[in-house]
Design a protein around this ligand. Sequence first.
Ligand SMILES: Nc1ncnc2c1ncn2[C@@H]1O[C@H](COP(=O)(O)OP(=O)(O)O)[C@@H](O)[C@H]1O
Ligand SMILES: [Mg+2]
Length: 390
Amino acid sequence: MKIAILSADKTHLQQIRHLLAGEDAPAHTLLPGEDGPDHLSAVADQQWPDVMIVDVSHPGAAELTLFEQVLHAHPHLALILVCGSTTAEFPISAMRAGVRDILLWPLEKEALLAAIRRVEHKVVAPGATTQAKGKTLAFIPCKGGSGATFLAANLAYALAVEENKKVVLFDLNLQFGDAVLFLSDRVPTTTLADVAHNIDRLDASLLAASMVHVTSNLGILPAPENPERALEVMPEHIEVMLKLAATQYDYIVLDVGRTLAAASIKALDHADVIFSVLQETLPFIRDAKRLIYVLESLGYSREKVHLLVNRFEPGGDIRLEDVERALEMKVYATIPNSFQAVSASVNQGVPILEIASHDSVSKSLRRLAHEVVHGPAEKSGWLAHLLHHA
Ligand SMILES: Nc1ncnc2c1ncn2[C@@H]1O[C@H](COP(=O)(O)OP(=O)(O)O)[C@@H](O)[C@H]1O
Ligand SMILES: [Mg+2]
């Protein structure tokens, strides 16, 4: 049983902790919790406790609404309130909202432990409060201009529109990110820097509200508007965002960029698959070799890394076999070169599937999205294995 305590009062917090520390308390893990009731939703969404003990001095209508919202999103969560005093009507309304118990200060140990024991019996099968986990797909260019951002953005779109999945695209090119421009002409009002700034209060609805929505099931978290603001985004912020996103979205697509800073490494740690994007020329192959080496030394297994050869044209100087031999790795998929359709999409900020649905690039993206979701039709099955049995 996972318990989180929410209290803005340090003394109260210690008292509750002390009561829970005794040997007669039911076995539990204490989660970090947070300051006060206004963090309720963030703690529920980020930490997924079974029980939340909320210290709220004089609860009223505003708190009641908050409790209702959280319990709606987390039906298995048990809320135990510890109050200074309540109005006569409050307990009835609170119980109706789904609050399990209301205790009063001074808090008696037996009352608290009894409330927790009552919950303990009701904690549904272990794992009931644990969240579904979305899959994370990272895109890294082996070299600038390989098409990683274009492919990340348009695959995200294909997953949302063709496969009906709930998708979020994170632009982790913190310094000079441009992913949003590939799918939308809207100027972002919030970016990753704003999300980082509000990390303590970050819950599912704040995360969603911070995105540029391309469709109802595809949101983009844009990169900060300037490099100074990029410095505000710390690896631990990325960690919180990605963990939360994995509970809310089917697919989390990361446009990671080429500079492997601490934040991008944190992001790669969460990736189920790392798509490394290259083209069939020697400079790309050289840099792909270096990137594969770096990814390996960071401890990511080779099976996680998938080579995408972009702007592929059969019959070129360098054949796919040469690429595979040089990199000692299979090419996972190729995306054809299609200058006109891609330029039109990129220049207008409209997904290629919208602007040139029958173009060869659109077809490849559709196939790739299908494989990501349903597993590859005839390939070795690595992706299927990673995505479906992980
Ligand atoms: N399959 C393709 N066919 C033609 N042009 C492409 C293709 N993929 C990408 N491009 C072009 O390459 C440019 C750079 O792509 P981008 O995604 O910004 O690269 P990266 O993120 O790897 O630096 C895009 O603006 C686009 O015009
Ligand atoms: Mg890019």
